[in-house]
Design a protein around this ligand. Structure first.
Ligand SMILES: [Fe+2]
Ligand SMILES: [Fe+2]
Length: 482
């Protein structure tokens, strides 16, 4: 029996779930594997598949030393099935089954709901790889290119994680869902990915950093809620995914931070102290701060849509069933059942945005969204320290949750970044100052000149403080001349 902390690397699929003794699931995964590799070659990073990339691979699931670094060609990456160690005598922590032993098998009454949760989470993982597949060619440095590819292979592994659960616990319909996960394509007219933000283009590196900062953070929140699940294999799966996800947050947060830093330096060197003097700032080959704010507005609002409707019976059902908890459920001190409890939610009432207490169970999406906003705000505060240190008064901020929404209460209205309602006409005139315009996007794209020599960086981004795996600044993370 696997002890749950060491990973078996002998077979085709590295794992710590005892695949060598589980013939049925091993066969199912081995049958799925060629389709996955086809998908990776077609839809994974374009142009660098044969290059050696300095990547980390999980070799254990303990809290320390779980990854090792080495040069790998991406299609040869060892995508595996890794679960965090089991917690002895784990109990369901919330909902109607609170206190009962955690399920090691799918509870029959919740089978459909659980499958749906796995499929929705699973669908986002390959989607982001597809969205980011053209970015290698314009990477602003080898360091960034390597981080992109690291995120990509790990999203691929997250797909494996969900597919394992489908194959192991759902038999035939699980296998069908696993095939469908390889068939849908981000942005495809006929067979798009399931959620809106995962069908948007990621055409440039600023979009990539904003995506990893905001949209991967939605992933983090969803995984954290599923890590609380009473279905123990899902909980263990998500707990391990969260260790990898932390790097994705890091890539997004430090990516934007380095852009802010570079802009500040260039402005200082040129003696520009008005950040809104966009033309002069852009002439320096850096991204002006108002454009960064507009990009943040866009990605924040797209990501909020992923949390779904303000009032949701699905969310209530998943909680009651013990399948999906709240963020850090095990650290919360209420009764974890929430019958009769209320939660304040912003709603549209008589054409005004009002706070309203609603049953806490039906507001679980909003609670998770609020936790997301707090988590993202902390990152924005760290970006602003760079501006503060540079002596600028400009600050980045998150827009109001009613701004630019397509799902939920606020899809019906227009609001500015402070939550003031705008008429259709006001929205049309102000949109260009709140969201990136075509000209803003063109400018950003014009900066996307690759910097491929070891230690070189594009004009618009500062080098990182420390290399990956403590490597020096001129380390060759991707062997471009293969
Ligand atoms: Fe992921
Ligand atoms: Fe991620």
């Amino acid at each position: 029996m696997p002890d749950g902390t060491t990973v078996d690397y002998d077979g085709l699929i590295p794992n710590n779930v005892g695949l060598s003794d589980d013939l049925r699931v091993r066969r199912a995964l081995e049958t799925w594997h060629p389709g996955y590799i086809d998908w990776w070659r077609q839809m994974g990073p374009e142009g660098f598949q044969e290059r050696l990339v300095y990547l980390r691979t999980a070799v254990g699931v303990g809290s320390e030393g779980w990854a090792k670094f080495g040069f790998v060609r991406m299609p040869e990456y060892r995508w595996g099935v890794l679960l965090a160690p089991a917690v002895e005598d784990r109990k369901i922590g919330f909902g109607a089954h609170k206190g009962e032993p955690a399920w090691q098998d799918v509870p029959g009454e919740y089978r459909a709901m659980l499958r749906r949760l796995l499929v929705i989470q699973g669908d986002t993982e390959p989607a982001s790889v597809e969205q980011q597949r053209h970015l290698g060619a314009t990477a602003p440095s080898q360091y960034d290119m390597r981080n992109l590819f690291q995120v990509n292979v790990e999203e691929g592994r997250h797909l494996w994680a969900m597919v394992y659960l489908l194959q192991k616990y759902f038999g035939r319909d699980g296998r069908e869902e696993a095939e469908e996960l390889l068939r849908r394509r981000s942005g495809d007219q006929d067979s798009p990915r399931m959620l809106g933000a995962f069908n948007e283009a990621t055409p440039d590196w600023l979009s990539f950093f904003m995506f990893t900062f905001f949209t991967d953070r939605d992933g983090k929140m969803q995984l954290a809620a599923l890590a609380q699940s009473g279905f123990d294999p899902l909980s263990r799966t998500c707990r391990f995914m969260l260790t990898e996800e932390a790097h994705h947050m890091f890539v997004g947060e430090t990516g934007v931070q380095r852009i802010v830093q570079r802009t500040c330096e260039a402005m200082r060197d040129a003696g520009i102290d008005d950040p809104t003097d966009v033309e002069r700032v852009r002439a320096l080959g850096v991204i002006d701060l108002p454009t960064l704010q507009k990009k943040a507005n866009l990605h924040f609002s797209l990501t909020l849509d992923l949390f779904g409707n303000e009032i949701s019976t699905n969310a209530a059902n998943a909680f009651n069933a013990g399948l999906k908890g709240r963020f850090r459920e095990d650290k919360l001190t209420d009764d974890h059942v929430l019958v009769g409890a209320t939660y304040p939610v912003l709603r549209l009432r008589d054409g005004m945005i009002m706070r309203e207490d609603v049953p806490a169970l039906s507001a679980l999406n909003m609670r998770l969204r609020d936790d997301f906003v707090d988590d993202a705000s902390a990152g924005v505060t760290r970006w602003n320290r760079v501006l503060e240190r540079a002596g600028l008064e400009f600050r980045l901020r998150l827009p109001h949750v009613a701004f630019n929404r397509r799902i939920g209460e606020f899809a019906a209205i227009h609001a500015d970044v402070d939550g003031n309602l705008l008429s259709e006409e006001q929205w049309r005139t102000r949109q260009g100052s709140l969201l990136p315009s075509a000209a803003d996007n063109e400018f950003v794209i014009s900066l996307m000149q690759p910097a491929q020599a070891p230690g070189a960086f594009a004009s618009w981004i500062a080098p990182p403080r420390i290399g990956i795996d403590n490597k020096p600044g001129n380390f060759e993370y991707v062997k471009i001349e293969a």
